[in-house]
Write a protein that binds this ligand. Structure first.
Ligand code: SAH
Length: 249
């Protein structure tokens, strides 16, 4: 027999509620239970009609178990900041549901990830091939993080850095910037803090500057490391896609 509940894993975007998709809004409106981290739930509270169950960072596994349990007989949304597939809740739900063979129907509703909201605030930091690396060593060993960062830089991708720092990990940010200096040199790095949220800030810096003062970068920040084609034009960071090689303006 098919369960009548449903579990939505809802991407709620980077901050601005207008960046919620229509589908995400509808799922939140129709859910009987909405589970999520306190700061994410805060942004969509006005949309929710059902019961809100807040939890803290580090309680992700418990949150997923609870959501799956409830979704056996209710419509449930589990919220994830940005997009659920990018360092979000989607993989944890999939792993848990498939490995426990839980009888639950789940659907991931994509959201606007930090990269997509932040790149245009700098100008157009990402336009074609890019690589995304998280500096968090909470779930990935640091040696793996360093190796992936180095390979991405060597590949001349624009390298987008999620989770660049936290109070506990400032030393890791400094080491990562050392690798950028070694592989790419003192190239421009686009910085966006709190994209589309209160206290949004956007600036361009360099790995040397970050090593000198890493406090400029916190956990609400995303970084864009230039590739060999990235230019600063009128203070804006632009990575051309190649049209100007092919056409005259
Ligand atoms: N699933 C999220 C990412 C979660 S990991 C997404 O798709 O965006 C958390 C990291 O994402 C933060 O440390 C930061 O690097 C980045 N981030 C998320 N929202 C952001 C925002 N509004 N502005 C800048 N960076 C953001």
């Amino acid at each position: 027999m098919r369960s009548r509940g449903k579990l939505y894993v809802v991407g709620i975007g980077p901050g601005d509620v207008e960046l919620l998709t229509l589908k995400a809004k509808r799922a939140l409106e129709e859910s009987e239970f909405v589970l999520g981290h306190k700061t994410y739930v805060e942004r969509i509270r006005h949309i929710v009609k059902g019961k809100i169950i807040e939890s803290k960072m580090g309680e992700e596994v418990e949150r997923v178990k609870k959501a799956v349990q409830l979704a056996k007989s209710h419509i449930v949304s589990l919220v994830s900041g940005g997009d659920p597939s990018i360092y979000g809740m989607a993989s944890l739900v999939a792993e848990y549901v498939y490995s426990t063979r839980a009888d639950v129907d789940f659907e991931v509703i994509p959201g606007v990830t930090a990269l997509c909201s932040a790149s245009p605030l700098l100008g157009c930091a990402v336009s074609g091939d890019h690589a995304v690396v998280s500096l968090s060593d909470l779930l990935t060993p640091w040696e793996t993080v360093e190796k992936r960062l180095r390979k991405a830089l060597e590949g001349d991708f624009v390298v987008v850095i999620y989770n660049p720092s936290s109070r506990r990990r400032v030393d890791k940010l400094v080491r990562a910037m050392g690798i950028v200096l070694e592989v790419r040199g003192n190239v421009p790095i686009g910085v966006v803090k709190n994209a589309t949220r209160e206290k949004e800030s956007v600036f361009v810096t360099t790995p040397k500057d970050i090593i000198e003062d890493p406090s400029k970068i916190d956990m609400h920040t995303i970084l864009f490391i230039s590739n060999s084609e990235t230019m600063i034009v009128n203070g804006k960071m632009i990575t051309p896609r190649g049209y100007s090689r092919k056409y005259r303006w």
